[in-house]
Design a protein around this ligand. Structure first.
Ligand code: KG4
Ligand code: ZN
Length: 365
């Protein structure tokens, strides 16, 4: 399809309501004309995690506002669009349904084609949106709800090499913050504390590093942190600032080591295939962590692979990534019709067995 394509994307699979317009002109890099994200953090904070029913209602209330803002910021009206792309899974089903219903309504009203997009494909293809990364590349997708190492060969061709068997790393950061009385989301708060801490004071485990393969586990780390915290509290009658910083630094170092070593193994498997331009890319909120990013970058450097990390706003949930996958699907002639259903689970790699685990932010596979 050799023409300019302008696509509206919608995202509502977890706790961010988002709409974006992305345009692709033949021979040019994709252009994000607008990207509107309404977070729901304050709605869920008191409950200590995302409440699916509250999330779904908030999405239903905000989606149309997001669409109007995204169109206005892009200076495009509905007639200027070529298609509507929407996250159709995986995620919290009420939120996904809100988005799919909104997209169907817009498609029915305008006659535009509409395209159901896998949320994980959105993250996985982000380095193509931001850096025009050629296929195939190795992706570490690491967020509050997901943790997977995948070879991305095409917009619907993925090979999963490994992933978490329990918590996602972002979830572990959030739980760590809660255990230490830090603010949510936990990742930035723990990273901030860790910067002043001694990573060697507490000997936290490196789960599953003694086993072959690329699967990971983070729930044991959280238990180890709880034990270490309680021991300090018993001995000293409370947590000093230094204790908290040392606990955060030790935890972050353990997560970094696990992610780096498992990524090293996955990179070796991917490099065995002799890709023409070997590249490691990261996406997801946890990729914002400077220590983790540095650990991954040094793995790529050691193994002579390129390293791509999209800007933070496009690492976390957004609709530009959904619009972008919509463009690739539209070019491949893959459009949906009104029978499209929201899917709570939708693995990227249809050939590997499903992963265990489904955390507070929904299904991981
Ligand atoms: O991709 P994202 O916005 O949402 C999904 O989970 O899909 O990721 C949010 C997660 C949260 O768990 C948050 O604590 C974590 O990413 N995060 C971080 C950092 N910034 C955000 N984790 C570690 N270090 C950070 N600097
Ligand atoms: Zn996500």
């Amino acid at each position: 399809m050799n023409k300019t394509l302008t696509i509206l994307g919608l995202e509502s699979s977890c706790d961010d309501t988002a709409a974006a317009i992305v345009r692709m002109r033949p021979g040019h890099a994709p252009e994000i004309l607008s990207s509107v994200v309404y977070g729901q953090e304050e709605l869920h904070t008191v409950f200590g995690g995302v409440v699916p029913e509250i999330a779904a209602r908030a999405h239903a209330e905000k989606l149309d506002i997001c669409v109007v803002e995204a169109l206005a910021q892009a200076g495009v009206d509905l007639r200027g669009l070529d298609a509507i792309a929407v996250t159709a899974g995986p995620g919290l089903i009420g939120g996904v349904m809100s988005g799919v219903m909104c997209a169907k309504g817009l498609a029915a009203g305008t006659g535009l084609p509409f395209i159901g997009v896998n949320h994980l494909a959105g993250h996985a293809l982000t380095p193509r949106l931001t850096d025009a990364l050629p296929y195939p590349y190795l992706m570490l997708l690491v967020s509050g709800g997901h943790c997977q190492l995948i070879i991305v060969r095409g917009h619907d061709d993925f090979t999963r090499l490994g992933g978490t068997i329990d918590d996602a790393p972002g979830e572990a950061f959030d739980k760590t913050a809660r255990l230490l009385g830090l603010s949510q989301p936990g990742g930035p708060a723990v990273e901030h504390e860790a910067a002043q801490g001694d990573a060697n004071r507490f000997g936290f485990p490196r789960p599953l590093l003694d086993r072959p393969g690329c699967d990971m586990s983070f729930s044991g780390l959280k238990t180890a942190l709880l034990r270490a915290r309680d021991q300090v509290m018993d001995e000293r009658g409370g947590l000093r600032h230094k204790d908290r910083a040392d606990l955060c630094a030790g935890f972050q170092a353990a997560v970094t080591d696990v992610l780096a070593e498992k990524t090293r193994r996955a990179l070796a498997l991917y490099l065995d295939e002799n890709p023409p331009a070997p590249n490691l890319a990261v996406a997801g909120g946890v990729a914002a962590n400077t220590a983790i990013r540095a650990g991954l970058e040094s793995v790529a450097r050691d193994m002579n692979a390129g390293f791509t990390a999209p800007p933070l706003a496009l690492c976390t949930d957004n609709a530009a990534m959904i619009a972008y996958v919509g463009i690739e699907k539209l070019k491949a002639g893959q459009v949906d019709d009104m029978t499209l259903a929201a899917r709570p689970r939708w693995p990227l790699d249809l050939h590997s067995p499903a992963m265990l685990g489904s955390g507070k932010k929904g299904a991981k596979a």
